[in-house]
Write a protein that binds this ligand. Sequence first.
Ligand code: DQA
Length: 144
Amino acid sequence: MKLLFLNGPNLNMLGIREPEIYGQETYRDLEKYIQNFCVKLGIQCEIFQSNHEGALVDAIQAAYGKFDGIVINPAAYTHTSVALLDALKAVALPAVEVHLSDVSRREDFRQISYVRAACQRTYAGHGFQGYRLAAEFLLEQEKK
Ligand code: DQA
């Protein structure tokens, strides 16, 4: 199984950015965490982060025919981006939404997720572990 892990704006600032919400670990730590569990689960992975909405749309489109699923933390674009929703719908790959923090317990403007309509599951508030839960879910789905 081949999964694409996509991370949106400001996630490259992990470790520096609001550590009381997002923790002390860096984006490099997140990449290593994802690579490690993918090896253990026998998943081939690619990880991509961008601060630019269009670059994320391009990455989703490029996944068509190449990946079996997408794990996406769209970060702030979660709450604003019809373009990311449309891209996920366009490629129609199994997708899972991940958030490090529990967005359901945060500000009102974080209660809307556009991408959720194109995702089979959402894991929020599990920190890095949410990415592994998402991958395990997609792996299980593929076996069915
Ligand atoms: C986030 C939650 C979003 O509301 C926020 O804009 C982020 C990160 C999370 O992982 O908890 O940048 O997606």
